[in-house]
Design a binder for this molecule. Sequence first.
Ligand code: C6P
Length: 404
Amino acid sequence: MLDVATIRKDFPILSRKVNGKPLVYLDNAATSQTPQQVIDVIVDYYSIYNANIHRGVHTLSQEATDKYEEARHKIQAHFNAEKAHEIIFTSGTTHSINLVANGFASLIQKGDEVIVSALEHHSNIVPWQMLCEKTGATLKVIPMNEEGELVMSDYDNLLSNKTKLVFVNHISNALGTINPIEEIIKKAHHVGAAVLVDGAQACPHIKPDVQKLDVDFYVVSAHKMCGPTGVGMLYGKETWLNKLPPYQGGGEMIAEVTFEETTYADLPHKFEAGTPNICGGIAFGAAIDYMNSIGFDNIATYENELLDYATKKLLEIDGLRIYGNTKNKTSVISFNVGNIHPYDIGSIVDKLGIAVRTGHHCAQPIMDYYKIPGTVRASFAFYNTFKEVDTFVDAVKRAVQMLS
Ligand code: C6P
């Protein structure tokens, strides 16, 4: 069992008030909150050893470089990558996906096919559409069903020897569905296609093992797992990363530069042009330490209890419909009540100190499937409480009364 009362003391923001009420933060799928242990690492960096890395012979630069590379090793260990240089620091999931999509432009041609799922965030749709425009490849879509699950029999029919790449999220941000990525990866590999898994919504809830999954690329953002914004990871199998051309040119990513020719640095530096988010990378490592100190098994058990409780309580509200009802989901509840616009509910509960997201959640195709403009999305983390769920449900009831 988690000692949530003690855990909450790690998060200074959770004791603030919003609109005169205690904050109830239920927008964790958008970004998680930051514990003091990670904030301290950020403060230490700027107070004690702020310097550019991989460049200076001076002590500060060496200290910063050591901490940054130590963070890379922590991330490697956490995701169980075989090699540290298979971990590329990026600014986040969006950057990671664009890096891979841009690289595949030189590996894909007209007549090739790439497969996306109906449950994707725009970050895992648009870069591939851009790739198809550039190359003449065709984008195919694994459809979804009413429960918010992927229709896997249709996936089987989409795969062929023309398929070069499959990209799918591990967990849907809009519905919370956990996708069967093991099966997706195995079947894609059977036809020789590579697979990119968007783990942005998985990393706060589960600890993926990239070797066990045998995934080709896995991408996350640190800010979804108690780390800072503006930093994330691209994991890529060494063989793939060696095949992809660099994404950006600049300092750090070169071996030698002359006006006639430039040769590129080895992994991971080939993909890390320019001064990176040094403090962010180090804090990302601290966030991973923090989450592991709580324990992912404990997190999953507790969040599932919160999810079941909140689902049951919300469904007591007349006219409330939850979108995405698969059994295999994480602690995200997307819903509407009758014809009330989600924005109206979101605004009223905000007045009561409660933060939820409203709208299409950067997943418009899912909203189109359900023929709705958007939903109210409550997303729970391990530091949320059952009492907060009660406060939220009461606030929704109040909003519904006011708006009906
Ligand atoms: N989803 C949400 O409220 P960035 O912005 O690069 O850190 O992450 C993009 C992204 C990619 N894939 C998935 C599955 C995501 O959930 C997100 C971010 C947030 O749902 C903000 S739009």
